[in-house]
Design a protein around this ligand. Structure first.
Ligand SMILES: Nc1ncnc2c1ncn2[C@@H]1O[C@H](COP(=O)(O)OP(=O)(O)OP(=O)(O)O)[C@@H](O)[C@H]1O
Ligand SMILES: [Mg+2]
Length: 280
C-alpha cells in the first residue's frame, strides 16, 4: 500500500494488507509512587491505518515506551482507549508482536530455540516449527548461527534475533520500541533496510518508536511527534517519499531536507540535549 491511499478513520481491516489498524483516543497515563505522581501521557490521539508504517518521535522520558506498552496490552491506561481492528486492547495478544527497547532473549536457548519457542502455542509439530523458525532466521540473515547462544552474538545479531522471534509468530501488528537503539550506525542502516524489505513484503501494521529523525523519515509513512512529558501529540507529518526507498536517494531529496528541518525545529523546542545524534 502507498502512503495516504487508505481512507483515514476506519480502523477496519484493509483488504490489501489484511492487517488491522490501530486507534488511540484520549490516552492518559499517570504513575503514582511514594515519591509522587508522574503524568507520562496526556490525551494521546493516534491512528495507524491498516498496513501503514507509523513512527513516534519524541524526547527521552516523554512516554513513548509507555504508550507502546499500552497498545501492546502490557500497561493499562489511566484514561482513554486503544482499539486494534475492532477489538479494544485489554491484554497482550499474539496478534500484536512487540520488540522491546532492551534485548529480551532467552540466554539458555540457541538462536533456533529462541525462535521456535514462540511457535509452541501455534499447535505446530516439532518439524514444522523448526522449518518455520529457519525461514525467519534466514529472513534476518542469521543462517549459519542457528546453534549459537545469544552471548555468542553481536548486538546487531541479537537485535535481528529478537525481530525474527517476533516475526515468526506472524503478528498482524508489529510494535517496535527503538529496536535499533543499541547497535552501531552502520548496522542500524542495514537493519532499517531489512525491516523495510520485510514490511514491504508482509504489509503488517507497524508502530515504531525512535529517537532518530533520520530513521523516522526513512521508514515511515507518517510521523507522530510527541512533546516532552507529559507527552502530547505535537505534530503529525506525512512522509510522501517514494518506495522502495534507498538511503542515498532519500537523503539527496528536497523533501527529505524539508522534513528533517521541520522535525528538528519541532524537537528543538522540547529537550534538544537528549535527542539522537543525527542532528543538523
Ligand atoms: N512503571 C513505572 N512506574 C513509574 N513511573 C514510570 C513507569 N514506567 C515509566 N515511568 C515514567 O514515565 C515516564 C515515561 O517513561 P517512558 O519509558 O515511557 O519514556 P520514553 O519516552 O520511552 O523514554 P526513552 O526515550 O528514554 O526510552 C518517565 O518519567 C518514567 O520515569
Ligand atoms: Mg523508551
Amino acid at each position: 500500500m502507498e502512503a495516504g491511499t487508505t481512507p483515514p478513520g476506519t480502523g477496519a481491516p484493509d483488504v490489501a494488507s489484511g492487517a488491522p489498524g490501530i486507534r488511540a483516543e484520549g490516552v492518559r497515563k499517570e504513575f503514582s509512587s511514594r515519591r509522587g505522581e508522574v503524568v507520562a501521557l496526556d490525551e494521546i490521539e493516534l491512528e495507524v491505518h491498516p498496513g501503514e508504517f507509523v513512527s513516534i518521535l519524541g524526547p527521552s522520558g516523554c512516554g513513548k515506551s509507555t504508550f507502546l506498552y499500552i497498545v501492546g496490552g502490557f500497561v493499562e491506561p489511566s484514561a482513554g482507549t486503544v482499539v486494534v481492528g475492532a477489538e479494544p486492547v485489554r491484554r497482550p495478544s499474539p496478534e500484536r508482536g512487540i520488540v522491546f527497547q532492551e534485548f529480551v532473549l532467552f540466554p539458555w536457548k540457541t538462536v533456533l530455540g529462541n525462535v521456535t519457542f514462540g511457535l509452541a502455542r501455534k499447535g505446530l509439530g516439532r518439524a514444522e516449527r523448526k522449518q518455520l523458525a529457519q525461514r525467519y532466521i534466514e529472513m534476518v540473515h542469521l543462517h549459519g548461527f542457528e546453534h549459537h547462544y545469544p552471548k555468542e552474538l553481536s548486538g546487531g545479531m541479537k537485535q535481528r534475533l529478537a525481530i525474527a522471534r517476533t516475526l515468526a509468530t506472524d503478528p498482524s501488528v508489529l510494535l517496535m520500541d527503538e529496536p535499533f537503539g543499541a547497535v552501531d550506525a552502520q548496522t542500524r542502516v542495514v537493519l532499517q533496510q531489512e525491516l523495510m524489505e520485510i514490511w514491504e513484503r508482509t504489509k503488517k501494521t507497524v508502530l515504531f518508536v525512535t529517537h532518530s529523525v533520520d530513521e523516522a523519515i526513512f521508514l515511515s509513512d507518517r510521523i507522530y511527534v510527541f512533546s516532552q512529558r507529559p507527552a502530547r501529540v505535537k505534530a503529525v507529518l506525512e512522509v510522501n517519499l517514494p518506495r522502495p526507498r534507498s538511503d542515498e536517494e532519500i537523503r539527496a531529496s528536497a523533501e527529505y531536507a524539508e522534513l528533517h528541518r521541520e522535525l528538528w525545529s519541532l524537537l528543538r523546542r522540547e529537550q534538544p540535549e537528549e535527542l539522537g545524534d543525527d542532528g543538523p
